[in-house]
Design a binder for this molecule. Structure first.
Ligand SMILES: NC(=O)c1ccc[n+]([C@@H]2O[C@H](COP(=O)([O-])OP(=O)(O)OC[C@H]3O[C@@H](n4cnc5c(N)ncnc54)[C@H](O)[C@@H]3O)[C@@H](O)[C@H]2O)c1
Length: 117
């Protein structure tokens, strides 16, 4: 991974970065030189993405984090600060999508916090 240097020295946290859009954002930020924390419910997936970025010469760590749990967020951010030095950029990407016609939309689904389905 050759860095364009635009984000050299910066640290980014990307939630929901074990897959999909978050993963692509993490690669883009790492490609700009940022150290990236891959924060996700899916610890194994987060670790795998971080390893992939490191394998390409970028800087990244995997962080287990459920963004609906304040304690988990605080612990994860503390770990990022202690291992990567700071948090300069946050991409709050984690989420779920439940697609349903409104007349069939269960209230429990409407109330479901991200990732708890
Ligand atoms: N893909 C689309 O067309 C689309 C459209 C509009 C909005 N979005 C939103 O963009 C975001 C990313 O979408 P995607 O398609 O890449 O989804 P995705 O399902 O591929 O990835 C979501 C990631 O978020 C993680 N995640 C879910 N709940 C979490 C939680 N509570 N804490 C931490 N991590 C959690 C999942 O483990 C997964 O790795 C989502 O918020 C989604 O709702 C996507």
């Amino acid at each position: 991974m050759s860095s364009n240097g635009k984000l050299d020295g910066k640290t980014a946290v990307v939630t929901g970065a074990a897959s999909g859009i978050g993963r692509a954002i993490a690669f883009t930020l790492a490609g700009a030189g940022a150290a990236v924390a891959i924060a996700d419910l899916n610890q194994a997936g987060a670790d795998a993405v971080a390893e992939e970025i490191r394998g390409k010469g970028g800087k990244a760590i995997g962080i287990a984090m459920d963004v609906t749990n304040e304690d988990a967020v605080n612990q994860g951010i503390d770990r990022v600060a202690s291992e990567l030095g700071s948090v300069d950029i946050l991409v709050s990407n984690a989420g779920i999508q439940i697609v349903n016609p409104i007349e069939n939309y269960a209230y429990a689904d409407w109330r479901t916090p991200t990732g708890k389905r």
